[in-house]
Design a protein around this ligand. Structure first.
Ligand code: NAD
Ligand code: MG
Ligand code: MG
Ligand code: MG
Ligand code: MG
Length: 340
């Protein structure tokens, strides 16, 4: 079993005499800044002049300064800008203000694991990574609960990196649900694999291919949309509550038998083998190098792939159908609003 931590294992005093700078105010940044503030921690938000997030943070009563000022005031610097921006913010605004005894805290290990950020030896390098989107991290906290977190210490320069990390996880609300001890390497590699092979890449492609097979066979796109996308939520909710077993218990015996005989035909060992190749591209840095090179070139590949994804016929069908379903419409509004 993994080492687990709960509220009783952490003492907020490790954080109460520190000043905290949250750099970035997107999905994670807003949740970290607000939860820490409501836990009584001295927090300021670091955002560049002209950032659209500034007004949102100020409207919540947070103090907003530029990232360099935030980093120089604080001794705990929380790096929550997009992963591909972190090394630029780090060299321009954070590194010049780091002193021995400071701590750098991450919500994902990408830049440390792949060496894009190399912290000075006198600085603690730690992670508190919520296993859920930022908006849930905030909502659970205000409801008196929390989202589980992964906690890790890459470098314990001060000798107090663990108490500090656990205090931060507690202030964030994460130890109400539980903190799992991990390493930067394990968190980064499993997070990238999960989102690429299963959660984002795997599921999106599975849904698109299923929709294509049905519509190319002449079935109506609206019916294909319900079968391959809309109902996915009901299935995933059951898995979330009680594993694959509860999902199989809830569906009809016809569906359950079809699962056993057709699932392994679709997702066969060749798919598993390519998942192994995806993992290998993650662990040897191939994926990270490709992502960062594209970002450094102005993200032409990313932009083209995003545009191509939006052109898939399932998106037009979905927009039309969601317009008929009052209860899902609000999520389309959030999505067009964006978080940055
Ligand atoms: P985001 O895109 O939602 O928000 C990024 C924020 O950074 C925005 O407020 C933006 O204005 C700000 N920003 C951009 N450039 C900046 C700069 N130069 N200086 C200061 N601020 C700048 O990002 P996110 O999804 O919250 O991701 C932040 C980190 O959290 C990443 O390391 C990510 O991997 C990790 N993470 C995210 C989630 C999630 O639910 N989104 C979950 C776990 C971990
Ligand atoms: Mg993840
Ligand atoms: Mg991720
Ligand atoms: Mg059905
Ligand atoms: Mg059943």
């Amino acid at each position: 079993m993994a080492d687990m931590y709960y509220d009783a294992d952490a003492d907020l005093s490790a954080l109460s005499d520190r000043k905290v700078a949250v750099i970035g105010y997107g999905s994670q940044g807003h949740a970290h800044a607000l939860n820490l503030r409501d836990s009584g921690i001295d927090v300021r938000v670091g955002l560049p002049e002209g950032s659209r997030s500034r007004a949102k943070a100020e409207a919540e009563g947070l103090r907003v300064v530029d990232p360099a000022t935030a980093a120089s005031e604080a001794s705990v610097i929380v790096v929550l800008t997009p992963d591909h921006v972190q090394r630029h913010v780090y060299t321009e605004s954070i590194e010049p203000h780091l002193q021995d005894g400071d701590a750098l805290l991450f919500g994902h290990g990408f830049n440390i694991r792949f060496g894009y950020i190399k912290a000075p030896l006198g600085v603690d390098v730690v992670m508190v990574a919520p296993k859920g989107p930022g908006h849930l991290v905030r909502r659970e906290y205000t409801d008196g609960r929390g989202v589980p977190v992964l906690v890790a210490v890459e470098h314990d320069a001060s000798g107090g990196a663990w108490p500090l990390t656990l205090a931060y996880a507690k202030a964030l609300g994460g130890l109400r649900a539980g903190g799992i001890k991990t390493t930067f390497t394990e968190e980064t590699e499993t997070d990238l694999f999960g989102e690429q092979a299963v959660l984002c890449g795997g599921v999106s492609r599975l849904v698109q291919q299923g929709f294509e097979v049905l519509t190319e066979a002449g079935y109506q796109p609206e019916v294909a949309y319900f079968e391959c996308l809309h109902e996915l939520k009901l299935i995933v909710d059951l898995m979330y509550e009680g594993g694959i077993a509860k999902q199989r218990w809830s569906v009809s015996d016809t569906a359950e038998y079809g699962d056993y005989v057709s699932g392994p035909r679709v997702i066969d060992d060749s798919v598993k083998q390519r998942m192994v190749e995806v993992l290998s591209d993650i662990t040897d840095g191939t994926f990270a190098a490709r992502f960062i090179a594209d970002q450094d070139a102005g993200a032409p590949e990313f932009a083209a792939l995003r545009a191509q994804g939006e052109q898939h016929p399932i998106e037009a069908t979905g927009r039309e159908l969601r317009g008929l379903m009052a209860w899902v419409k609000s999520s389309d509004d959030d999505y067009t609003e964006g978080t940055a």
